[in-house]
Structure formats: structure tokens, C-alpha cells
Ligand binder design. Sequence first.
Ligand code: GRF
Length: 321
Amino acid sequence: MPGKAKIAVLLSGRGSNMAALLYAAKADDCPYEIVLVASNDPGAGGLKLAAAEGIATFAQPHKGLARADHDALMDEAVRGAGADYIALAGYMRILSEPFVQSWQGRMLNIHPSLLPQYKGLHTHERALAAGDSHGGCSVHLVTTELDDGPVLAQTPVAVLPGDDADTLAARVLIAEHQLYPRTLAAYVGRFSDPEWIVAKVGELALTLPETSARESHGSPGWRVGGESSGKFFAYVSVRHHGEDAVALLAKTSGPDEMAALIDAEPELYYRPAYYGASGWIALRLDRPQVDWAHVRGWLEKSWRAVAPKRLTKLMDAAEEF
Ligand code: GRF
């Protein structure tokens, strides 16, 4: 199992959604773990629950603080805990723009309606007043507009005769508890899907001159040069030879460079079986946050190491512009 994505949960109340996320995270194969539960309310029930489960907690009352200053303190705590993502779970604060922007694509929220219907508060009352056949809940990415970001998943919940806002809310909450952990897991796990990774590497590899894709011993690979004289400059190892990783194999200048890289960043690099002996290094791609510009850099470096001179010269000339 590659490193789990680290989640900070922000809440203001009882924290039943946080609890659902947390209990789901106890499964070995859950792709995320909760590293912090933080609140603007030191008395929030969710904080007590998290603390009892051994999760780090943080409380920072917002009273007397400008919104951006409060957000900055929350942000500091979240980053300090090493979080890759934020899951809002009943966090009753409007977030400032810089905070939202700096977590763009990495902050999710759960909302008790079928968005785009009924943004904001009193969603169940509004669904009932409109005579809707269903209420429901949505998990969405957070953008600067309230309850407006791209919806990742929804569950409709049937309205029963005689329902009032409380009875409907209670049933929708059951759906929330199922939807949030599943959606968060799918979202943070999406980049560790080997198919997605191979496609992404292929896309980058094929932007280099005179390249083509070709399998090698069951691994996807990319070559530079002609059909008969082409040379491999990259492979993706999908847990090959019993390794527990999906990794890019790229050519280094030799054992010294390889050893130095592994020494400096042992979580990122390793020496792959067989290929390692000929100077190929493995760069893990099944991590929560892959720096694709860095991967692109490695592809180019590796391409340069094996490409014919006439092509590397062309590349040099192009890069001078
Ligand atoms: C939930 O209904 C959630 O959809 C909304 O706030 C409520 C939080 O409840 N955003 P809890 O604190 O998770 O129990």
C-alpha cells in the first residue's frame, strides 16, 4: 500500500461525519488517514470524539479575529499536521479566498442537499416546502462560491409522508455517513490508479521528439528513435518483480547519482530490481502528491541520456529560445 493521503477535518459541531470518515479510515485498505481534527469551537463535540480516538486536535476560536487571520491560523495547524487534503464536515465558517485558493482541488465538503439545489442553510425545510420527492446529500470540491464547487458524488434520499425537517435530516445523515468516506477515498485514491498513472506518463513522454510507446517484458515503456534502432528512455513499473510501488524508471548517470538520490529522498526514490544494475532509478508515482513537472524533468533527462546526438542538439537549440 502506498503512503496514505493525510486528511485534516474541520468541523464546528457534533462531528458525526468526521466520525464516519474516521471509522472508515480504520480499514487497512482505506487510502486516507486522518491526521488532525480542527475546529473554530473549542467545545465542539467532534473534538472530544477525535481526541478519544487518539487523533490530534486543534481549536482556535474565531471571535475577535479577522476572517483571514483566523483562516491563517487554521491553515498553519493543518499544514503543520502534514495534511494533503482538507475535509470540511459541518464547518460553519465562510472561508476566505486565499485559504480556499491555496487548497483548491484538495478541499472537500459535504452538504445536505442535492446540489445545485438548496445551497446554504435550512436545506431540508426548503426541500419539504417545495414538495420535492427527494432530499439528499452531496460531496463537492470547495471553491470560493458557497456550496458551489464541482460535485463529486450525491445520494438522493426519498421523502416520506409526514416527514418534517428533523426526520428527513436524520435519514439524510445516514446517507451522508456512507457517501463521504467512499467519495473521499475515491478522490484521494484516483491518482494511485496504475492505469491513470501510465496514461499520464505516456502523455508526457510522447511530447519529447521522436518517441513512441512500446511494451517491454510486460511493462509499459517509451522509446526514442526509429522503429528498429529506438532505445528505451522510460518505463513504468506497476508493482513489478514483487515491488510494492508504481514507479517511473528513468536513466541516471550511474551508481553515484542513484545512491545520492535515494539517500536524499528515500520515500521518493528506490533502486529497482534488475534495472537498477544498469543505472535506472525508480521514482514513485503512487503517492498522494506527485510533482508532475518534476516527472517531466526526469523524462527529458532520461530521454537525453539515450537519444541520438542529432536529436539532443535539436533540443538544445530549441531550449535556447
Ligand atoms: C451535516 O448535515 C453536513 O451535511 C453539514 O453539517 C452537518 C454536520 O453534521 N455540512 P455533523 O457535525 O457531521 O454531525
